[in-house]
Design a protein around this ligand. Structure first.
Ligand SMILES: Cc1cc2nc3c(=O)[nH]c(=O)nc-3n(C[C@H](O)[C@H](O)[C@H](O)COP(=O)(O)OP(=O)(O)OC[C@H]3O[C@@H](n4cnc5c(N)ncnc54)[C@H](O)[C@@H]3O)c2cc1C
Length: 465
């Protein structure tokens, strides 16, 4: 990666130290290293400076200075990203938004909340649930990722099946453009169709078109009751076929998660024991206000699963049993990581009817290349976390081949290369598989319109030309 020249950085540093509050500009090795990596396993890319914004005006000052000096700037939030979006590939500035971490105002009567981007997602969930409201987007990283990062990646989670993803809850934002101009996009009302939907464009822009400095989120009333079941299957294909069948029966669970044989084996006995003979499982969760109706829905879903070869359905009887089950689900990624020294986690999406085909093809590919492939995730909306586990970097060429085949297979099945982690640095070379040159060029033109100097998070999303 070509790095920015030292003389430019030195001039920029002097200017920012004079402009920003004391302690907001760091260039010690430890800070540069820390803010140079995320959860993507794409490597470490230390920036030249780490700058902590404390308000929108700080962000504006940093962006203006970066434009003027031609120094790249990469927004950084909680660094839980899995596509390398926050990696300062070319050095320059890592701009941390973590100190912008206030819940500004909760408006229960309007069902909205105003937050700064550095607020941890779980804090928003807890704050609104305390007054009987609900913020549904639930990336499994909600305990440590931030709203700003969720907006940049348009994060989703298990509940997306019924409730949608981050974009569906962002009404409006204070947004600093790469030029340093602060604008307000979107609205504060639930409806509103005036002009182009710029808020929707910025959500999912992966830190390449500017940053959010304050966000108005839509809330909904919190469902009063949640019921959860674990359905056991002998094999993953039966479980995968049951996914579409449950929905076709007219039941819309809030969660329909799948675990294949490798994933079940990875978490079995770690706080939760799966019945003997479990070869795959579905977690089905329904919510609403009338408990009897929910039991009817869950039983219907269970019947459909039985017709597709389920061998047992375990209904969580209380909150502690639900929590045990979810704790096991949340541990899948960590436990898979412990099975082999290296793991790459993909987040492809295929049409629901193609889930069995996708899983079968990924497994066959793993066998052919002697690689362990584990597939789990949000099967209800076709979003599969297909993981490749391997022993050492000597296997990397084979793994790269497997990844390319996985992306190609996904696109051939009518799917998309990423359902929630974003393209970032990790998947940019796969973009051309899914999107034609015309669409890619249109997006490049948009990027150039917002960021003519090309200093805003360079090297992300678009394939190298
Ligand atoms: C164990 C684990 C489980 C996960 N589960 C899920 C899941 O279920 N669903 C899911 O969607 N993701 C999941 N993720 C991925 C990750 O948590 C999400 O992508 C999350 O949205 C990233 O948030 P962050 O605060 O860590 O952002 P970072 O990783 O720091 O940054 C992500 C992107 O946001 C940009 N950015 C940061 N702040 C701003 C801002 N204020 N304005 C504009 N751009 C900004 C950065 O430049 C970067 O491109 C998981 C990750 C882990 C480690």
């Amino acid at each position: 990666m070509k790095r920015v020249e030292a003389s430019k950085v030195a001039a920029l540093k002097a200017e920012l130290v004079a402009l920003l509050p004391v302690g907001c500009v760091k260039d010690d090795e430890s800070s540069r290293e820390t803010y140079g990596h995320d959860e993507s396993d794409m490597g470490n890319f230390p920036s030249d400076l780490v700058v902590f914004a404390t308000c929108a005006a700080d962000v504006q000052a940093v962006f203006r200075a970066c434009q003027q000096h031609g120094v790249p700037v990469t927004p950084v939030a909680a660094r839980s990203g899995k596509s390398g979006g926050s990696l300062p590939l070319h050095g320059g500035i890592a701009l941390s938004l973590e100190r912008l971490n206030r819940i500004v105002a909760l408006h229960p009567e309007d069902l909205t909340i105003d937050v700064e981007p550095g607020v941890i997602t779980g804090e928003v969930m807890r704050a609104v649930e305390a007054v009987g409201l609900f913020y549904p987007p639930d990336p499994n990283s909600w305990e440590f990722c931030s709203i700003g990062g969720n907006i940049a990646e348009n994060a989703g989670g298990p509940r997306a099946l019924k409730y949608g993803v981050t974009r569906d809850y962002v009404l409006g934002m204070d947004w600093v453009l790469p030029s340093g101009e602060l604008i307000r996009v979107g609205k504060r009302t639930i409806k509103g169709v005036a002009g182009y939907d710029l808020a929707a464009l910025f959500v999912g822009s992966e830190g390449t078109l500017g940053v959010a400095t304050q966000i108005t989120l839509q809330l909904i009333p919190k469902p009063k009751k949640v019921l959860t079941a674990l359905v056991i299957f002998r094999d993953v294909l039966s479980a995968a076929r049951a996914v579409s069948a449950v929905l076709a029966r007219g039941v819309l669970p809030r969660v329909l998660e799948l675990l294949d044989d490798v994933s079940v084996k990875a978490v079995d006995g770690r706080g939760f024991n799966f019945p003997v003979g479990t070869g795959a499982a579905l977690i089905i969760e329904v919510d609403g206000n009338v408990e009897e109706g929910l039991w009817v829905e869950l039983n219907e879903a269970s019947e459909v699963c039985n017709a597709h070869g389920a061998i047992e359905t375990l209904m969580a009887q209380d909150e502690s049993q639900r929590e045990k089950l979810w704790a096991a689900r949340r541990m899948v990624s960590t436990c898979l990581r412990q099975m082999k020294p290296f793991k790459i986690s993909e987040d492809v999406v295929v049409p629901r009817s193609r889930i069995p085909q996708a899983i079968e093809a990924f497994k066959a590919m793993g066998q052919e290349l002697s690689l362990t492939v584990a597939t789990y995730g949000h099967a209800g909306d076709g979003n599969l976390h297909a993981n490749i586990l391997f022993d050492g970097l000597y296997e990397r060429p084979k793994v790269d081949q497997a990844l390319a085949r996985m992306m190609r297979l996904t696109v051939d099945l009518g799917g998309t290369i990423t359902g929630e982690h974003g393209v970032g640095y990790a998947k940019r070379e796969f973009m051309a598989l899914e999107q034609g040159e015309g669409v890619l060029n249109l997006q490049r033109s948009l990027k150039a319109l917002f960021d003519p100097a090309g200093v805003m998070n360079p090297g992300k999303i678009f394939p190298s030309q």
